[in-house]
Design a protein. Structure first.
Length: 642
């Protein structure tokens, strides 16, 4: 995952796909007041339909950044090349928007504002809404059309530049922004209520205060499904997204060629080939399980979902920069030690038994096979022995990549202690939410005092927002599975069974956690291990290095050196820092960030991490920086440079 701090991106929280919010009667009065006001003020902005997705961006010619002139002077150093580009990109006269000439297809970087001072990514998102307004779900369309959402959105994106606004223009714009945000959020919320009422007659007559947890969970699922529908409609046929798909396909072949050149064992090469071929790219929000309102809108980021083996690139990212380096980084996560351990554990005998147990408990409910449950408990220690046979691939390379220094050795005793501590905290959270009691009760009370049927009776999966059957061994869902199985298969009074089931769930969860933690060892990303000095995760730095290796291989297809450099800089835009405390006070920022336990390296260090030796060779620039480079050996040299 890329973490991009955006100190000045207030639009990420102001105008977006939607946020969960509750509206009182006073809010409704305000909404109609705003609607009336905006109708009266339409003379401030002429409303026209945008002719294409570049209608706003093209209103001002983008300045150019050309490598060619600098290349003629034999670029002095790699870091200097990137720094020059970043300084140019965020110089006052450029402010995040430029065009990089590259053959017949120049690359546009849109990280700033439009001519009328709206964020470029917000305008791209707004135009996608307007362009696809009649494809949106009918129930959502109706809500939006009632208050002329799209006409008002067009008025906003065609507003007068702030510097030329009168005071009344500015006040109108402020009101319009608030109104648009409100209308969208309200329309999404209303659509969810309509869909919930279809599924659960009478739902609309239950107040928020008296809403049962089970309905609350189902409401969150319904919202995720709606956001997923919206995202697919907005971006599935988008030209920028199509380019992401093309680059993803090309990068898969690039990784395969890279593996053939690396001096690694045949076993690792075979393992990596399988992993890179099976990782999938998905549209942001295309699956309800990963539906993220910000990622589908204006967020500039990308994610790798380890359990699902999926990659997504957020709309704000593929609408504002070249994404080759981003994709290579995220794809490299599929090769990391954390993913390797997960796949090893998921193929173990214990994992197969736990998946069957989970299905047995969640799907059969009151017909649970207690003989299978008892056999599971009896064989757990032996099955955990198989788990302990895992060996980390390329341990020395991963040690080199650790962000921090590990000061303590993780012994079996310490793993047991930490596993027990995590299990204890987990049970405390579940108990505070009354989850155990809710699972075992056929009827649960609403806050009004009335009892209602519990749709999740004896079904721990029902209290999980999404259950993909790809949960890790140490997942909380399995703690609830252990509890439910033990409760159903034990004897005694209700209170005795409840207490015994909780204790059994804690004991089994502690054992599984301790075993998994021991295998994670010095590379674990668990805060409990990192804060005590037992571990430091290498996974982000691993993805940086492997992603840079892949990009160095990818760029070899361009014969022209200028084109190689242009493509790299365009894809490294996310490494450029916008004007901020970090860019103005770099030395002080380094001191402050040394206390940050977040797994990503500081931005300047990530720039250097990316500039690996193979990439320096491909770009024909020399190392003008000092950095403790972690590297893998190559058995075949790069092809001749142009």
């Amino acid at each position: 995952m890329r973490i991009i701090p955006l100190e000045s991106s207030f639009w990420n929280s102001r105008v977006r796909l939607g946020r969960q919010s509750r509206f009182s009667a006073s809010h409704i009065v305000l909404l109609f007041a705003l609607a009336t006001f905006s109708t009266a003020c339409q003379t401030h902005s002429k409303i026209e339909s945008p002719s294409d997705s570049n209608a706003i961006a093209s209103s001002k010619r983008l300045p150019e950044f050309s490598i060619k002139t600098q290349a003629e002077h034999e670029f002095h150093g790699c870091k200097n090349m990137v720094d020059d580009y970043c300084s140019h990109l965020y110089s006052p006269e450029i402010s995040g928007n430029l065009q990089i000439p590259r053959g017949s297809r120049p690359i546009q970087i849109l990280r700033g504002e439009t001519a009328n001072q709206l964020p470029q990514v917000f305008v791209k998102y707004s135009l996608a809404k307007i362009r696809n307004r009649f494809k949106l779900p009918t129930d959502l369309q109706e809500r939006l059309n009632q208050l002329s959402y799209f006409e008002k959105l067009e008025a906003l994106i065609r507003r007068t530049p702030i510097g030329k606004m009168s005071l009344s223009d500015r006040l109108y714009t402020e009101r319009l922004e608030a109104e648009l945000d409100f209308i969208w959020d309200s329309a999404v919320d209303q659509t969810v209520v309509i869909r919930m009422s279809r599924k659960f007659p009478g739902y609309h007559q239950i107040s928020e205060r008296t809403m049962p947890i089970e309905y609350g969970l189902e409401k969150r699922r319904a919202r995720r499904v709606l956001i997923s529908e919206i995202s697919r409609i907005l971006w599935n046929e988008d030209a920028n997204w199509k380019r992401v798909e093309d680059e993803f396909r090309h990068l898969k072949l690039t990784f395969l060629a890279l593996f053939d050149r690396l001096d690694i064992s045949d076993e690792i090469r075979k393992n990596w080939r399988k992993k890179i071929l099976t990782v999938d790219l998905v549209l942001p929000g295309s699956f309800p399980e990963i539906a993220d309102e910000e990622c589908s809108a204006t967020n500039v980021n990308a994610y790798y979902y380890k359990n699902l083996n999926l990659i997504t690139v957020c709309a704000g990212d593929f609408n504002s920069e070249d994404i080759v380096l981003t994709l290579a980084h995220e794809m490299s996560h599929a090769l990391g030690a954390d993913r390797d351990l997960l796949t090893y554990l998921s193929s173990s005998t214990l994992s197969q038994k736990m998946v069957r147990l989970r299905d047995n408990v969640c799907e059969n409910r009151e017909q649970l096979s207690c003989s299978e449950w008892n056999e599971f408990k009896q064989s757990l220690n032996a099955d955990l022995g198989e788990v302990s046979a895992y060996k980390t691939q390329l341990p020395e390379f991963n040690r080199c990549l650790k962000k921090g220094v590990t000061t303590q050795n993780l012994t079996e005793l310490e793993a047991t202690r930490i596993g027990n501590s995590i299990a204890t905290a987990r049970l405390s959270d579940l108990a505070s939410a009354n989850v155990f009691l809710r699972i075992i009760e056929r009827k649960v009370p609403m806050r009004s005092g009335r009892l209602q049927h519990n749709p999740n009776f004896m079904n721990p999966c029902g209290y999980y927002l999404w259950s993909s059957k790809k949960e890790s061994l140490d997942d909380e869902l399995y703690t609830l599975t252990f509890f439910t199985a033990e409760y159903q298969c034990s004897e005694g009074s209700k209170s005795e069974r409840l207490k015994g089931a909780i204790e059994t769930a804690k004991s089994l969860s502690s054992k599984v956690l301790a075993s998994v933690i021991a295998q994670e060892g010095e590379f674990s990303s668990r805060p409990e291990l990192v804060s005590e000095g037992f571990s430091s995760p290498p996974f982000e730095r691993f993805a940086d290095v492997m992603g840079a290796y892949a990009v160095s291989q990818y760029l070899q297809k361009y014969q022209d050196l200028t084109e190689r450099r242009s493509k790299y800089l365009a894809s490294a835009t996310w490494l450029c820092g916008e004007p901020s405390l970090e860019t103005h006070f770099p030395e002080e920022s380094k001191i402050e960030q040394s206390y940050n336990l977040e797994p990503h390296a500081q931005r300047d260090n990530r720039k250097l991490e990316m500039l690996t030796e193979p990439l320096r060779q491909t770009l024909q620039c020399h190392q003008d920086f000092t950095f403790d480079e972690c590297s893998l050996p190559f058995r075949a040299p790069l092809p001749d440079n142009p």
